[in-house]
Design a binder for this molecule. Sequence first.
Ligand SMILES: *Cc1c(COP(=O)(O)O)cnc(C)c1O
Length: 377
Amino acid sequence: MVTATLRPSRVEINETAIAHNVQHAIAGLPDQTALFAVVKADAYGHGLLRVARIAQAAGASGFCVAVLDEALALRRAGFTLPILVLGIIEPEYAPIAAANHIAVPVGDADWLRRAEKGLTEESLPPLTIHLALDTGMGRIGFRTLPALQEALSVIAGQPAFHIEGLFTHFATADEPDPTYFKMQVERFKTFLAALPERPKYVHVANSATSLWHAACDCNLVRFGVAMYGLNPSGRSIEATPYPLEPALTLKSSLSFVKQIEAGEAVSYGATYHAAKDEWIGTVPLGYADGWQRRLQGFHVLVDGQACEIVGRVCMDQFMIRLPHEVPAGTPVVLIGQSGDASISLQDVADYAHTIHYEIACGLSERLPRVSVNSFNA
Ligand SMILES: *Cc1c(COP(=O)(O)O)cnc(C)c1O
């Protein structure tokens, strides 16, 4: 997708906010506990390489990504810190991971058998693996002790594999009720106790776990959404041990302003009719930029005032009702602060009946990402 640099719509990333969130998180960790910055999905829409650089400068000891290509993008950009892919990769690509010192998760013995062939054919460094345990997330990982033991027996005496980690992922760490979380912790402990040797990294914590739960004898945190200053729970758990500073703002400016008469319509389907003579402004971004169609009826900020989104959101533009005439070129804030008013990613997510994660990583590549408040350690 072409990034539209000659259009006023843009995502601004506050670098210092990201650095502060990482530094606060690290300061609160027990000794000998590492923080890996989770930069999957273009760093939750904030820009992969930018966020990786900031996180590293702020003290992160490694990175987590979702897919092998993201890991390779980091390696190609020159990052040498450890990288862990969080999703299962195709066994045929295991040699690429090994050659680039990229760690991958393993959740069944069969995957090891399929990966083994390619790994032993070439003279490669061993493939670094993290054993994934499914303690209740139901996504990837060993579900039983015998399944794990079968994998360990495939690995035993096979120099192509190096076990670096053991981990699980929680389904409810961001919810106030700890019952299911505790059940998962107990299952994890049972697995851990059965392991003949403790790997270098034992990890369970995503952002929510790092904020609200005492870790269970672990030494690595996979720090994602909170690095971007977003509360992992949405609004369910308000208190955080340190203030989270949101890093992302979304801005544009009015491309067109006009007055319409009472009864005249706006946008596809002519679903909106002016109640009286009204000033209508056009904002040059739309659902192709990740500003969802269902945001019709929500609002944006002009000069600190909320202006309703009227009519259907189009692919590349949408319209708002202005309180009075303002010139074309007037700034519009879609996410962020304007005067005394502000709109958060959470506000947008609430209106769109989703979570802020989805809004942030849905902001498309057509929107340029611009750094503000640069951080250089
Ligand atoms: C995405 C992801 C994380 C990070 O989660 P946040 O809620 O963003 O902190 C951690 N671990 C795994 C396995 C993930 O997939």
